[in-house]
Design a protein around this ligand. Structure first.
Ligand code: MN3
Length: 206
């Protein structure tokens, strides 16, 4: 079986300063994401080769095929591995602003306009109870983008939704700089969103 490795960050740990501080990025990537990666490899080792060698996205999209005794671990660590991989690429230094192209059209169609989308996404993600993620996803059935809050590390893929843009609101993602002020972290995060990447993900999802 091929072991998963911690994906490299596409920028330096301090590249998202002052919005996301270097220490948080370093611990988040090198410790937390590493732990999900290790947990995923441990869980995969318990599966039979036919399932073990499947693409992770396919495994997450068909969790029922994973034997019950390993399903929880795949959901948590496999979701954690993929969510964080997405998260790093969803951000970039000097990001933010207003998106253009197909993603802008899709957001306007589903939420009315960008500012209403941003407000809804921020409010719903700020009020997630405990640990979880706020997501902008693509729903292949309705052919629309939607907002979806997910608990812990459960991937939107488990509900057949394609993740486009994710925001990690586990305390480990912001507590060093923002402490209990989750809404302040969310406001700052909009300044580092990589809209080109989100637009790319949408065109691949369609
Ligand atoms: Mn995290």
């Amino acid at each position: 079986m091929t072991k998963y490795e911690l994906p490299k960050l596409p920028y330096a740990y301090d590249a998202l300063e002052p919005h996301i501080d270097a220490k948080t990025m370093e611990i988040h990537h090198s410790k937390h994401h590493q732990a999900y990666t290790n947990g995923l490899n441990d869980a995969l080792e318990k599966l039979k080769p036919d399932l073990q060698n499947k693409d992770l996205l396919e495994i997450l999209g068909n969790l029922k095929k994973v034997p019950e005794n390993v399903r929880g671990a795949i959901n948590f660590h496999g979701g954690g591995y993929d969510n964080h991989k997405l998260f790093w690429n969803n951000m970039k230094p000097n990001g933010g602003g207003t998106p253009g192209g197909a993603i802008a059209d899709a957001i306007n169609k589903s939420f009315g306009n960008f500012s209403d989308f941003k407000e809804q996404f921020s409010k719903n993600t700020a009020t997630i109870q405990g640990s979880g993620w706020g997501w902008l996803v693509y729903n292949k059935k309705s052919k629309k983008v939607e907002y979806k809050a997910m608990p812990n590390q459960t991937s939107p893929l488990t509900e057949k939704l394609v993740p486009l843009l994710g925001l990690d609101v586990w305390e480990h993602a912001y507590y060093l700089k923002y402490q209990n002020k989750r809404p302040d972290y969310i406001s700052a995060w909009w300044n580092v969103v990589n809209w080109d990447e989100v637009d790319n993900r949408l065109s691949k999802a369609k």
